[in-house]
Design a protein around this ligand. Structure first.
Ligand SMILES: C[S@@+](CC[C@H](N)C(=O)[O-])C[C@H]1O[C@@H](n2cnc3c(N)ncnc32)[C@H](O)[C@@H]1O
Length: 198
């Protein structure tokens, strides 16, 4: 099926990675669907919703004051958003975390197929890697409200999480939240919350 590997203007810096991103997109459209990592969708949907949406997590990571060299993608499923972000940011190590053994098995194969040197894969509960002084990304795994609950006991954490754009009314003395709104194509808007524990 044909599709347009478009990237909105905010992502001009990622256009040079289009071929590598297309290789991952091919894998999602074939192995990803055949092994149940993602549901059957059009090639364009998979590009816009998974690849382009993920790139915005990387854009946020590049714009925050963040010296962490290791970023954790919690509930990564088929590697979303961790894989597109790792492809376009090779200076950091990305740990893809998922509780499902079968998903992790496929991700380990993907790492070899795409030669993803800055990606490691951890099979286990996300709670096991949720610690102070770390940076996390998550798409469609946890709500922003639950992130706030989970981070209460931690310090110096940045958690970048897909959201529905609703207001959080967070405790301002405990958290700083920035809500980002961006396009994934010519018609659809998505939201990501950037949550910092003070
Ligand atoms: C809805 S999928 C989202 C996958 C991917 N982030 C995406 O945007 O397509 C949620 C993923 O979280 C994983 N998961 C569920 N509970 C988990 C837990 N406690 N720790 C780690 N992963 C978990 C599931 O196996 C699944 O792959």
């Amino acid at each position: 099926m044909t599709f347009e590997p478009q990237i909105p203007n905010w992502g001009d810096e990622y256009k040079s990675y289009t071929e590598k991103l297309k290789n991952y997109h091919d894998w999602l459209c074939t192995t990803g669907i055949n092994t149940g990592l993602i549901s059957r969708k059009s090639s364009q949907f998979i590009w816009d919703e998974f690849i382009v949406h993920s790139l915005y997590f990387g854009k946020i990571l590049n714009n925050i004051e963040n010296n962490e060299q290791n970023i954790y993608d919690l509930g990564t499923g088929g590697g979303i958003p961790g894989v597109p972000v790792a492809i376009t940011n090779q200076n950091k190590l990305f740990t893809l975390v998922d509780i499902s053994e079968s998903r992790v098995f496929e991700l380990q194969r993907l790492k070899k197929i795409l030669n993803l040197e800055n990606v490691e894969i951890f099979n286990g509960n996300a709670n096991l890697v949720l610690k102070s002084n770390n940076t996390y990304i998550s798409r469609c795994f946890i709500s922003s409200k639950d992130v706030l609950k989970n981070l209460k006991q931690l310090e110096n954490v940045t958690y970048i999480v897909s959201s529905n754009g609703e207001e959080l009314n967070e405790q301002k003395e405990m958290f700083h939240v920035k809500q980002e709104k961006f396009t994934i194509n010519s018609t659809n808007i998505r939201h990501i919350d950037v949550i910092n524990v003070r």
